[in-house]
Design a binder for this molecule. Sequence first.
Ligand SMILES: [Zn+2]
Length: 371
Amino acid sequence: MASQNIYLPHYSVGEDCYREIPFITSHFGKKAIVIGGKTAMDKAKAAIQQGVAGSDVRLLGFLWYGGDSTLENVEKLKENPLVLQAEMLFGVGGGRACDTVKVLGDMLKKPVFTFPTLASNCASCTSLSVIYHQDGSFKEYYYEKQPACHTFINTRIIAESPYDMFWAGIGDALSKEYEVELSCRGRRLNHLPLLGLGIAKTCTSPLLHLGKQALEDCKNDKASSALEQVALDIIMLTGIVSNCAVHQNQPDPKDNYYYNSSLAHCVYYGSSLIPACEKHLHGEIVSFGVLCLLTYDGQFEERDRILAFNQSVGLPVTMAQIGLTESALPVVAKKASSVIEWTYVPGSPTKEKFIQSILDADAAGRKALKE
Ligand SMILES: [Zn+2]
Protein backbone atom coordinates (compact mmCIF):
# COMPACT_ATOMS: atom_id res chain seq x y z
CA MET A 1 0.00 0.00 0.00
CA ALA A 2 1.32 3.47 -0.94
CA SER A 3 2.54 5.67 1.91
CA GLN A 4 0.62 8.78 2.77
CA ASN A 5 1.39 12.20 4.27
CA ILE A 6 -1.34 13.60 6.47
CA TYR A 7 -1.51 17.28 7.31
CA LEU A 8 -3.96 18.69 9.81
CA PRO A 9 -4.09 22.47 9.41
CA HIS A 10 -2.47 24.81 11.94
CA TYR A 11 -4.17 28.07 12.75
CA SER A 12 -4.32 31.14 14.96
CA VAL A 13 -7.48 33.05 15.72
CA GLY A 14 -8.30 36.35 17.41
CA GLU A 15 -8.25 40.09 16.94
CA ASP A 16 -4.50 40.24 17.55
CA CYS A 17 -3.48 36.98 15.92
CA TYR A 18 -1.21 38.67 13.36
CA ARG A 19 1.16 39.33 16.28
CA GLU A 20 1.92 35.61 16.12
CA ILE A 21 3.34 35.86 12.58
CA PRO A 22 7.00 36.19 13.66
CA PHE A 23 6.84 33.22 16.03
CA ILE A 24 4.86 30.97 13.69
CA THR A 25 6.95 31.70 10.59
CA SER A 26 10.35 31.69 12.30
CA HIS A 27 11.33 28.21 11.04
CA PHE A 28 10.42 28.98 7.45
CA GLY A 29 12.31 32.16 6.59
CA LYS A 30 12.48 35.90 6.99
CA LYS A 31 11.53 37.41 3.63
CA ALA A 32 7.83 37.32 2.77
CA ILE A 33 5.81 38.58 -0.15
CA VAL A 34 2.16 39.41 0.48
CA ILE A 35 -0.17 38.47 -2.39
CA GLY A 36 -3.90 39.06 -2.31
CA GLY A 37 -7.05 40.82 -3.36
CA LYS A 38 -6.99 44.62 -3.53
CA THR A 39 -9.76 45.23 -0.99
CA ALA A 40 -8.44 42.44 1.23
CA MET A 41 -4.96 43.92 1.33
CA ASP A 42 -6.42 47.38 2.08
CA LYS A 43 -8.12 45.81 5.09
CA ALA A 44 -5.20 43.70 6.26
CA LYS A 45 -2.08 45.63 5.28
CA ALA A 46 -1.69 47.78 8.40
CA ALA A 47 -2.45 44.86 10.70
CA ILE A 48 0.12 42.61 8.98
CA GLN A 49 2.73 45.40 9.12
CA GLN A 50 2.00 45.88 12.83
CA GLY A 51 2.12 42.14 13.35
CA VAL A 52 5.69 41.85 12.08
CA ALA A 53 6.95 45.24 13.39
CA GLY A 54 10.17 44.91 15.33
CA SER A 55 10.68 41.27 14.25
CA ASP A 56 13.01 39.57 11.78
CA VAL A 57 10.21 39.17 9.23
CA ARG A 58 10.69 41.46 6.23
CA LEU A 59 7.76 42.19 3.94
CA LEU A 60 9.13 42.57 0.41
CA GLY A 61 5.91 44.06 -0.91
CA PHE A 62 2.17 43.70 -1.51
CA LEU A 63 1.13 42.23 -4.86
CA TRP A 64 -2.32 41.94 -6.41
CA TYR A 65 -3.03 38.28 -7.21
CA GLY A 66 -4.62 39.10 -10.56
CA GLY A 67 -8.35 39.02 -9.81
CA ASP A 68 -9.12 35.33 -10.36
CA SER A 69 -7.56 31.98 -9.58
CA THR A 70 -6.28 31.13 -13.04
CA LEU A 71 -3.10 29.37 -14.08
CA GLU A 72 -2.29 32.46 -16.18
CA ASN A 73 -2.19 34.58 -13.00
CA VAL A 74 -0.04 31.97 -11.28
CA GLU A 75 2.42 32.06 -14.22
CA LYS A 76 2.63 35.87 -14.05
CA LEU A 77 3.31 35.78 -10.32
CA LYS A 78 5.95 33.10 -10.82
CA GLU A 79 8.02 35.54 -12.85
CA ASN A 80 7.74 38.41 -10.41
CA PRO A 81 11.22 39.15 -8.95
CA LEU A 82 9.76 39.79 -5.48
CA VAL A 83 8.07 36.38 -5.52
CA LEU A 84 11.33 34.74 -6.60
CA GLN A 85 13.24 36.52 -3.83
CA ALA A 86 10.70 35.66 -1.13
CA GLU A 87 11.18 32.71 1.22
CA MET A 88 7.52 32.72 2.24
CA LEU A 89 4.23 33.55 0.49
CA PHE A 90 1.45 35.29 2.45
CA GLY A 91 -1.94 34.83 0.73
CA VAL A 92 -4.51 37.44 1.77
CA GLY A 93 -8.18 37.57 0.85
CA GLY A 94 -11.10 35.34 -0.03
CA GLY A 95 -11.12 31.90 -1.63
CA ARG A 96 -9.79 32.85 -5.05
CA ALA A 97 -6.80 34.81 -3.76
CA CYS A 98 -5.84 32.08 -1.29
CA ASP A 99 -6.33 29.39 -3.96
CA THR A 100 -3.99 31.24 -6.33
CA VAL A 101 -1.24 31.63 -3.74
CA LYS A 102 -1.58 27.97 -2.72
CA VAL A 103 -0.94 26.84 -6.32
CA LEU A 104 1.97 29.28 -6.62
CA GLY A 105 3.55 27.95 -3.41
CA ASP A 106 3.08 24.36 -4.54
CA MET A 107 4.75 25.01 -7.89
CA LEU A 108 7.62 27.06 -6.45
CA LYS A 109 7.97 24.82 -3.37
CA LYS A 110 7.73 27.84 -1.08
CA PRO A 111 5.82 27.79 2.22
CA VAL A 112 2.39 29.43 2.11
CA PHE A 113 0.63 31.21 4.97
CA THR A 114 -2.96 32.30 4.55
CA PHE A 115 -4.85 35.30 5.93
CA PRO A 116 -8.57 34.91 5.16
CA THR A 117 -10.34 38.27 5.24
CA LEU A 118 -13.81 36.73 4.82
CA ALA A 119 -15.46 33.80 6.58
CA SER A 120 -17.27 32.48 3.54
CA ASN A 121 -15.48 29.20 2.75
CA CYS A 122 -12.61 26.96 3.79
CA ALA A 123 -10.15 27.72 0.96
CA SER A 124 -7.53 29.18 3.29
CA CYS A 125 -6.87 25.84 4.99
CA THR A 126 -7.47 23.19 2.34
CA SER A 127 -4.98 21.57 -0.02
CA LEU A 128 -7.29 22.03 -3.00
CA SER A 129 -7.64 25.04 -5.30
CA VAL A 130 -10.48 25.79 -7.67
CA ILE A 131 -9.00 26.92 -10.99
CA TYR A 132 -10.96 28.99 -13.51
CA HIS A 133 -10.51 29.70 -17.20
CA GLN A 134 -9.76 33.30 -18.11
CA ASP A 135 -13.40 33.75 -19.14
CA GLY A 136 -14.42 32.99 -15.54
CA SER A 137 -15.77 29.48 -16.15
CA PHE A 138 -14.63 26.52 -14.02
CA LYS A 139 -11.53 24.74 -15.36
CA GLU A 140 -10.35 22.17 -12.83
CA TYR A 141 -9.30 21.36 -9.29
CA TYR A 142 -5.63 21.64 -8.45
CA TYR A 143 -4.49 19.38 -5.60
CA GLU A 144 -1.54 20.76 -3.61
CA LYS A 145 0.81 18.36 -1.88
CA GLN A 146 0.02 20.01 1.46
CA PRO A 147 -2.27 22.71 2.83
CA ALA A 148 -1.01 26.15 3.92
CA CYS A 149 1.54 25.91 6.74
CA HIS A 150 -0.63 28.10 8.94
CA THR A 151 -3.84 30.13 8.70
CA PHE A 152 -4.25 33.42 10.56
CA ILE A 153 -7.92 34.19 11.25
CA ASN A 154 -8.18 37.82 12.29
CA THR A 155 -11.64 38.21 13.80
CA ARG A 156 -11.47 42.03 13.69
CA ILE A 157 -11.14 41.86 9.89
CA ILE A 158 -13.85 39.16 9.61
CA ALA A 159 -16.21 41.26 11.78
CA GLU A 160 -15.80 44.15 9.34
CA SER A 161 -16.21 41.95 6.24
CA PRO A 162 -19.38 42.06 4.09
CA TYR A 163 -22.41 40.67 5.95
CA ASP A 164 -23.71 38.73 2.94
CA MET A 165 -20.51 36.74 2.52
CA PHE A 166 -20.57 35.67 6.18
CA TRP A 167 -24.29 34.87 5.92
CA ALA A 168 -23.76 32.71 2.84
CA GLY A 169 -20.73 31.12 4.52
CA ILE A 170 -23.04 29.90 7.27
CA GLY A 171 -25.41 28.48 4.64
CA ASP A 172 -22.57 26.56 2.99
CA ALA A 173 -21.17 25.23 6.30
CA LEU A 174 -24.63 23.96 7.24
CA SER A 175 -24.29 21.32 4.54
CA LYS A 176 -21.12 19.69 5.85
CA GLU A 177 -22.42 17.37 8.54
CA TYR A 178 -25.36 16.03 6.52
CA GLU A 179 -23.50 15.67 3.24
CA VAL A 180 -20.47 13.87 4.64
CA GLU A 181 -22.68 11.61 6.75
CA LEU A 182 -24.79 10.70 3.72
CA SER A 183 -21.81 10.05 1.41
CA CYS A 184 -20.04 7.91 4.03
CA ARG A 185 -23.09 5.94 5.10
CA GLY A 186 -22.75 2.18 4.92
CA ARG A 187 -19.07 2.29 3.96
CA ARG A 188 -16.11 0.84 5.81
CA LEU A 189 -13.96 3.94 6.19
CA ASN A 190 -10.22 4.17 6.58
CA HIS A 191 -8.47 6.39 9.10
CA LEU A 192 -8.65 9.72 7.27
CA PRO A 193 -12.27 9.79 6.06
CA LEU A 194 -13.25 8.40 9.45
CA LEU A 195 -11.57 11.40 11.07
CA GLY A 196 -13.34 13.68 8.59
CA LEU A 197 -16.71 12.15 9.42
CA GLY A 198 -16.07 12.65 13.13
CA ILE A 199 -15.29 16.33 12.65
CA ALA A 200 -18.18 16.80 10.19
CA LYS A 201 -20.51 15.84 13.02
CA THR A 202 -19.35 18.90 14.98
CA CYS A 203 -20.17 21.40 12.21
CA THR A 204 -23.90 22.05 12.68
CA SER A 205 -24.22 22.81 16.37
CA PRO A 206 -22.17 26.06 16.56
CA LEU A 207 -24.05 27.41 13.53
CA LEU A 208 -27.49 26.73 15.01
CA HIS A 209 -26.63 28.00 18.48
CA LEU A 210 -24.48 31.00 17.63
CA GLY A 211 -25.20 31.79 13.96
CA LYS A 212 -27.89 34.38 14.59
CA GLN A 213 -25.82 36.19 17.21
CA ALA A 214 -22.69 36.03 15.03
CA LEU A 215 -24.58 37.61 12.12
CA GLU A 216 -25.85 40.36 14.37
CA ASP A 217 -22.28 40.98 15.53
CA CYS A 218 -20.99 41.01 11.94
CA LYS A 219 -23.62 43.64 11.13
CA ASN A 220 -22.27 45.76 14.00
CA ASP A 221 -18.57 45.07 13.24
CA LYS A 222 -18.18 43.36 16.62
CA ALA A 223 -15.40 40.75 16.92
CA SER A 224 -17.39 38.76 19.47
CA SER A 225 -16.93 35.27 20.77
CA ALA A 226 -20.01 34.09 18.80
CA LEU A 227 -18.52 35.50 15.60
CA GLU A 228 -15.22 33.78 16.35
CA GLN A 229 -16.84 30.39 16.92
CA VAL A 230 -18.87 30.63 13.73
CA ALA A 231 -15.88 31.84 11.68
CA LEU A 232 -13.87 28.87 12.99
CA ASP A 233 -16.72 26.60 11.94
CA ILE A 234 -16.94 28.01 8.41
CA ILE A 235 -13.19 28.20 7.78
CA MET A 236 -11.58 25.47 9.87
CA LEU A 237 -14.07 22.74 10.78
CA THR A 238 -15.32 22.43 7.23
CA GLY A 239 -11.76 22.79 5.89
CA ILE A 240 -10.37 20.01 8.05
CA VAL A 241 -13.23 17.81 6.89
CA SER A 242 -12.45 18.62 3.24
CA ASN A 243 -8.82 17.68 3.73
CA CYS A 244 -9.88 14.34 5.21
CA ALA A 245 -12.85 13.49 3.00
CA VAL A 246 -11.36 14.02 -0.47
CA HIS A 247 -8.69 11.80 -1.96
CA GLN A 248 -8.32 12.17 -5.71
CA ASN A 249 -5.82 11.58 -8.53
CA GLN A 250 -4.34 8.51 -6.83
CA PRO A 251 -2.16 6.18 -8.93
CA ASP A 252 -4.69 3.42 -8.30
CA PRO A 253 -8.19 4.85 -8.96
CA LYS A 254 -9.56 2.41 -6.36
CA ASP A 255 -7.89 4.62 -3.72
CA ASN A 256 -9.86 7.70 -4.82
CA TYR A 257 -12.80 8.86 -2.78
CA TYR A 258 -15.00 11.95 -2.52
CA TYR A 259 -17.16 12.15 0.60
CA ASN A 260 -16.99 15.92 0.95
CA SER A 261 -20.37 16.95 -0.38
CA SER A 262 -23.61 15.45 -1.58
CA LEU A 263 -27.17 16.31 -2.56
CA ALA A 264 -27.19 19.85 -1.14
CA HIS A 265 -24.37 20.76 -3.51
CA CYS A 266 -26.12 18.81 -6.27
CA VAL A 267 -28.97 21.33 -5.90
CA TYR A 268 -26.39 24.08 -6.26
CA TYR A 269 -24.69 22.62 -9.35
CA GLY A 270 -28.08 22.09 -10.99
CA SER A 271 -29.22 25.61 -10.14
CA SER A 272 -26.05 27.05 -11.64
CA LEU A 273 -27.59 26.32 -15.06
CA ILE A 274 -30.71 28.37 -14.29
CA PRO A 275 -30.27 32.09 -15.10
CA ALA A 276 -32.70 33.23 -12.38
CA CYS A 277 -30.53 31.54 -9.73
CA GLU A 278 -27.38 33.37 -10.78
CA LYS A 279 -27.83 36.33 -8.50
CA HIS A 280 -27.92 34.08 -5.43
CA LEU A 281 -24.75 33.24 -3.53
CA HIS A 282 -23.33 29.72 -3.44
CA GLY A 283 -23.99 29.21 0.27
CA GLU A 284 -27.47 30.65 -0.03
CA ILE A 285 -28.48 27.99 -2.58
CA VAL A 286 -26.65 25.25 -0.68
CA SER A 287 -28.58 26.06 2.50
CA PHE A 288 -31.84 25.35 0.66
CA GLY A 289 -30.14 22.24 -0.75
CA VAL A 290 -29.64 21.02 2.84
CA LEU A 291 -33.42 21.05 3.29
CA CYS A 292 -33.76 19.01 0.08
CA LEU A 293 -31.11 16.50 1.23
CA LEU A 294 -32.79 15.98 4.59
CA THR A 295 -36.14 15.56 2.84
CA TYR A 296 -34.64 13.06 0.38
CA ASP A 297 -33.22 11.14 3.32
CA GLY A 298 -36.49 11.17 5.28
CA GLN A 299 -34.95 13.12 8.19
CA PHE A 300 -38.01 15.34 8.57
CA GLU A 301 -37.50 16.40 12.18
CA GLU A 302 -33.95 17.52 11.43
CA ARG A 303 -35.16 19.17 8.23
CA ASP A 304 -37.66 21.22 10.17
CA ARG A 305 -34.99 22.22 12.70
CA ILE A 306 -32.73 23.54 9.92
CA LEU A 307 -35.72 25.09 8.18
CA ALA A 308 -36.52 27.05 11.35
CA PHE A 309 -32.90 28.17 11.59
CA ASN A 310 -32.78 29.25 7.95
CA GLN A 311 -35.95 31.21 8.45
CA SER A 312 -34.56 32.89 11.59
CA VAL A 313 -31.52 34.24 9.75
CA GLY A 314 -33.12 34.92 6.36
CA LEU A 315 -31.57 31.96 4.53
CA PRO A 316 -33.90 30.46 1.90
CA VAL A 317 -36.55 27.85 2.66
CA THR A 318 -38.40 27.84 -0.68
CA MET A 319 -37.54 27.42 -4.36
CA ALA A 320 -38.86 30.90 -5.14
CA GLN A 321 -36.35 32.43 -2.72
CA ILE A 322 -33.46 31.16 -4.85
CA GLY A 323 -35.12 31.76 -8.23
CA LEU A 324 -36.11 28.12 -8.92
CA THR A 325 -39.39 27.09 -10.52
CA GLU A 326 -40.91 23.63 -10.93
CA SER A 327 -40.35 23.73 -14.69
CA ALA A 328 -36.58 24.16 -14.13
CA LEU A 329 -36.26 21.02 -12.03
CA PRO A 330 -35.63 18.48 -14.83
CA VAL A 331 -32.60 20.56 -15.92
CA VAL A 332 -31.43 20.82 -12.30
CA ALA A 333 -31.80 17.07 -11.78
CA LYS A 334 -30.02 16.19 -15.02
CA LYS A 335 -26.99 18.24 -14.02
CA ALA A 336 -27.13 16.96 -10.43
CA SER A 337 -27.05 13.36 -11.58
CA SER A 338 -23.90 14.01 -13.64
CA VAL A 339 -21.58 15.16 -10.81
CA ILE A 340 -19.28 13.00 -8.68
CA GLU A 341 -21.36 13.58 -5.52
CA TRP A 342 -24.31 11.74 -7.06
CA THR A 343 -22.31 8.51 -7.33
CA TYR A 344 -21.76 8.52 -3.56
CA VAL A 345 -25.44 8.86 -2.63
CA PRO A 346 -26.36 5.58 -0.88
CA GLY A 347 -28.90 3.30 -2.55
CA SER A 348 -29.84 4.02 -6.13
CA PRO A 349 -30.59 7.73 -6.41
CA THR A 350 -33.08 8.71 -9.09
CA LYS A 351 -33.80 12.05 -10.67
CA GLU A 352 -37.50 11.58 -9.88
CA LYS A 353 -36.87 11.14 -6.17
CA PHE A 354 -34.47 14.09 -6.19
CA ILE A 355 -37.05 16.34 -7.86
CA GLN A 356 -39.74 15.17 -5.45
CA SER A 357 -37.48 16.03 -2.49
CA ILE A 358 -36.97 19.56 -3.79
CA LEU A 359 -40.73 19.98 -4.23
CA ASP A 360 -41.46 18.57 -0.77
CA ALA A 361 -38.80 20.75 0.88
CA ASP A 362 -40.31 23.74 -0.91
CA ALA A 363 -43.80 22.83 0.29
CA ALA A 364 -42.55 22.59 3.89
CA GLY A 365 -40.83 25.94 3.48
CA ARG A 366 -43.91 27.63 2.06
CA LYS A 367 -46.02 26.23 4.88
CA ALA A 368 -43.56 27.56 7.48
CA LEU A 369 -43.58 31.01 5.90
CA LYS A 370 -47.38 31.14 6.21
CA GLU A 371 -47.42 30.18 9.90
ZN1 LIG B 1 -20.03 24.75 -0.88
